[in-house]
Design a protein around this ligand. Structure first.
Ligand code: HEC
Ligand code: HEC
Length: 212
């Protein structure tokens, strides 16, 4: 009887220790993430709301998978290494300060947990045309209301700064983004970016700006 009790107690204590370790590590991960994010907040805002003046995009509402991929793309030069990509280069030092296997997943999960922010956007365009063009050319990958689609690895566009979206479209068209040999997804998007321009693109951006 005593033997059984001892064995049971050992098992039970083991479980408690495992539980405590789990809670402790989850807690430190959260603290690490908040700590790590403070260096990002200077440009991307403390809520991930972005900063139009610094041309830093909104991060809140974006999936952890997309954030992690972009951070790794920046640090390995798949994104931001083009000589004319002065804004992308700003990300180089910050992405390289992160450990790909330890920091990037923790920080990306933290950013994913930040609530989406909806900010007023002063776009002009034809909403009806924009909706039509968007559904025909973008919706299949980025989803019907620009929420993004993990199956196609397509990021959320809704809620993003329109100036940032327009600049990325230009970057894809001019080869500043999406030309690196290992940037398969960027190359795919560069092909799509070349299918639209001018007023049609403005209408598409106007449609995206209306999505939450
Ligand atoms: C000095 C300002 C600055 C700091 C600090 C900074 N960023 Fe950035 N970040 C930018 C700019 C500017 C861009 C847009 C680059 C472009 O236009 O291609 C960007 C782009 C990004 C993107 C790509 C977003 C997208 O939609 O594709 C991610 C992800 C990102 N930053 C995450 C971070 C994280 C995480 C940190 C902290 C470790 C950080 N940034 C620190 C300025 C900054
Ligand atoms: C075949 C699927 C596909 C289609 C169609 C498509 N995209 Fe994309 N798009 C992607 C993928 C995948 C990415 C992410 C690329 C990467 O990881 O760097 C992307 C990225 C983007 C980005 C960069 C977002 C950011 O946060 O930096 C913009 C802007 C964009 N797409 C706009 C559009 C618009 C506008 C259309 C329609 C004209 C469109 N896309 C059509 C797959 C697609």
């Amino acid at each position: 009887m005593l033997k059984i009790n001892v064995a049971f107690n050992y098992k039970f204590t083991g479980l408690i220790i495992a539980g405590l370790l789990f809670v402790y590590s989850a807690h430190t991960n959260a603290n690490d993430a908040v700590q790590m994010y403070t260096q990002c907040a200077t440009c991307h805002g403390n809520k991930g709301q972005g900063n139009e003046l610094l041309k830093a995009p909104v991060l809140a509402g974006q999936s952890a998978e997309y954030i992690a991929r972009q951070l790794n793309n920046f640090s390995s030069g798949i994104r931001g290494s083009h000589e004319k990509d002065t804004l992308g280069k700003q990300m180089l030092a910050f992405s390289q300060s992160l450990d790909k296997d330890k920091d990037v997943p923790v920080l990306s999960k933290y950013i994913e947990s930040l609530p989406s922010i909806s900010q007023p956007k002063d776009t002009v365009g034809d909403l009806k045309n924009g909706s039509r063009y968007y559904q025909a050319k973008c919706g299949a990958c980025h989803s019907g209301n620009a929420q993004g689609n993990p199956s196609f690895k397509a990021p959320k566009l809704a809620g993003q700064s329109v100036d940032y979206l327009r600049r990325q479209m230009q970057n894809f068209v001019t080869g500043i983004r999406g030309t690196h040999a290992e940037d398969k997804l960027g190359r795919q998007m560069a092909m799509m970016a070349k299918t639209t321009s001018g007023q049609e693109l403005e209408d598409i951006l106007h449609f995206i700006a209306q999505q939450k």
